[in-house]
Design a protein around this ligand. Structure first.
Ligand SMILES: [Zn+2]
Length: 427
């Protein structure tokens, strides 16, 4: 049994008046993959509901699961995606040049995973320290020469981290803020680690493309909050940080890289901040009505996708999944799809191969199975890597295999030389 707890109020502003967006029902934790011998034991489930705080605009799930439950078996490894490695190198180069970092400057990264990003900084001659709670990942990073401490970053560990390595020129937190139950403690900790002219750079999935592209499958227990620039500005202000820049990043369905300095710091905010706040206000992201429309579209996408999967099955076609990431698990549990419609999933991550998905117990194999088994259709659950997947699986496609993208509506991809061309499913 997992001891989860309904939140008493918004994680940013504390308001108790939260308005419902989507209810996924009780679901298994999306990163808790099972061994064959675990599949027959009862599996704990936790309510998964998405709500909006009309006070500050934070979209969040309204249940807290203890971090030790969420992250003890954390198997996502940054380095497994080529796109992630390329992105890390670009990011490091951009930051080192922009802030003219030298060998005495420290880049501190919270949730540094296997050290992929810090390695890119170290290659450019900058000091680095990683803070990574997952022991296996911290050990892997340390083994590859990336100095790492294994703790949860927050207000309490920030003092220890600063004592160990001195104030940071850059505090970096990539795709972790959404996983942090105590947002205030995390950002106050970040503020306390910074040098006077230091910056905190926080990258997370952006609420605007989440809303526009119907990315409801990126909702899972580990992913508690969905941020807009509007909310990040408010949150920073409550934690001693001023939002001075935002940048859109083409990662994980559309992310936002926000830069803060200590309030009263030496830099002026860029015009990008005000522009983004305006775009978000125009989309109405703080209001309940647009989110009611979002929920209706999610329901309609579910019906279309289920209809397509059932049609394929009736036609005798075999459909398998690609990408056993958390978002795929969320989509499948929202759809209620198990091995009867999707007999297996392939994934490049060796940590997941040979295991079974949480909830519906779909087996996970290596991607080479596509070539030996030759299913008719591959449902791309990891749609944020669709282009990479299609180009890597050219051999499968050459043998007549087809790729189906699930959202925002089921769409077949035809491999082309430069870009994946979309062909919508006839309604
Ligand atoms: Zn709020």
């Amino acid at each position: 049994v997992i001891e989860s707890k309904r939140i008493s109020g918004c994680r940013v502003c504390g308001s108790a008046a939260l308005s419902p967006v989507l209810d996924y029902g009780r679901t298994a934790l999306a990163n808790r993959f099972l061994r064959a011998d675990q599949c027959s034991s009862p599996e704990p489930t936790v309510p998964l509901r998405l709500v909006l705080c009309p006070g500050c605009g934070l979209v969040q799930i309204d249940e807290n699961v203890p971090p030790k439950e969420l992250f003890q078996n954390y198997v996502y490894v940054t380095g497994t995606s080529d796109q992630a490695v390329r992105h890390a190198k670009r990011l490091a180069k951009g930051i080192v040049e922009r802030y003219q970092l030298g060998p005495t400057d420290l880049v501190l990264e919270a949730a540094s995973n296997d050290g992929t990003v810090l390695k890119a900084f170290a290659e450019l001659g900058v000091r680095t320290l990683g803070v990574e709670p997952a022991l296996n990942l911290a050990a892997k990073a340390a083994g590859e020469g990336v100095d790492s401490v294994s703790v949860f970053f927050g207000e309490h560990s920030a003092g220890y981290v600063k004592e160990r390595s001195g104030p940071a020129a850059v505090f970096l937190a990539r795709h972790v803020l959404a996983h942090v139950p105590d947002l205030h403690g995390f950002l106050r900790g970040a503020a306390s680690c910074l040098a006077e002219d230091g910056v905190a750079m926080v990258e997370c999935p952006h609420l605007l493309p989440f809303y526009q592209n119907l990315e409801f499958d990126t909702v899972y227990h580990e992913h508690m909050c969905y941020f807009s620039a509007t909310v990040l500005k408010t949150l920073g202000g409550l934690c001693g940080l001023e939002l001075i820049d935002v940048e859109e990043v083409d990662l994980h369905g559309g992310s936002i890289l926000s830069t803060f300095q200590p309030i009263g710091g030496p830099r002026f905010a860029t015009p990008a901040v005000e522009e983004m706040l305006e775009r978000e206000a125009e989309a109405g992201l703080v209001k309940p009505e647009p989110w009611a429309a979002f929920a209706r579209m999610a329901q309609s996408a579910k019906m279309q996708l289920l209809a397509e999967l059932r049609r394929l099955k009736l036609a005798g076609q075999k459909v398998v999944g690609y990408g056993a990431a958390a978002k795929g698990m969320s989509l499948l549990s929202y759809l209620g799809v198990g091995p009867e419609l999707l007999p297996y999933i392939v994934d490049k991550n060796p940590y997941k191969q040979g295991l079974y998905t949480p909830g519906h117990h779909i087996p996970v194999y290596g991607t080479e199975k596509l070539l030996t088994d030759r299913p008719d259709v591959v449902l791309i659950l990891a749609w944020n890597f669709a282009r990479e997947i299609v180009s890597q699986q050219a051999g499968y496609a050459a043998g007549g295999g087809r790729f189906l993208l699930p959202l925002p509506e089921p769409t077949y991809l035809t491999p082309a030389k430069s870009a994946a061309k979309r062909v919508a499913v006839a309604a």
